[in-house]
Design a protein around this ligand. Structure first.
Ligand code: CA2
Length: 143
């Protein structure tokens, strides 16, 4: 089973600023967590991060026919991007949305998720562990 993990803008800055909201673990720590999870769940995990909306759309389109599941944290594009929603709908690959912070407890504009409308599950407020839970969910359901 192959799972694609997609991270949106600024998530490469994890650990550098705003530890109160996103924790002190770095983006490199997240990559290590993904590698560990791939090994423990017995799945192949590819990761992709971009600060550019069109690149995120391109990667979702690329995934069609190549991956069995998508874990996506579109970051700020969560709350704005119909293009990412449409791409997820177009490929129709089982997808789980992850947010490191508890978006429901933050500003009202973070409580709308376009991408989430094409995802079968949302995990929020669990820190980096949310990615592990999302991969485990896809393995359990589709692996
Ligand atoms: O909680 C999440 O995972 C978010 O997707 C993170 C996004 C935010 O716009 C969403 O509302 C919720 C922001 C990612 C920016 O990450 C930073 C990391 C370090 C320093 C500054 C920003």
């Amino acid at each position: 089973m192959k799972i694609l993990v997609i991270n949106g803008p600024n998530l490469n800055m994890l650990g550098v600023r705003e530890p109160g909201i996103y924790g002190s673990r770095s983006f490199a720590d997240l990559l290590r967590l993904l590698d560990e999870t791939a090994r423990s769940e017995g799945v192949e995990v590819e990761q992709f991060q971009s600060n550019h909306e069109g690149d995120l759309v391109d990667k979702i389109q690329w995934a069609w026919g190549k991956v069995d599941g998508i874990v996506i944290n579109p970051a700020a594009y969560t709350h704005t991007s119909v293009a990412i929603l449409d791409a997820l709908k177009a490929v129709s690959i089982p997808a789980v949305e992850v947010h490191i912070s508890d978006v429901d407890a933050r500003e009202p504009f973070r409580q709308i998720s376009y991408a989430g409308m094409a995802c079968e599950k949302t995990i929020k407020g669990r820190g980096l562990e949310g990615y592990r839970e999302a991969i485990a969910y896809l393995k359990e359901r589709y692996g």
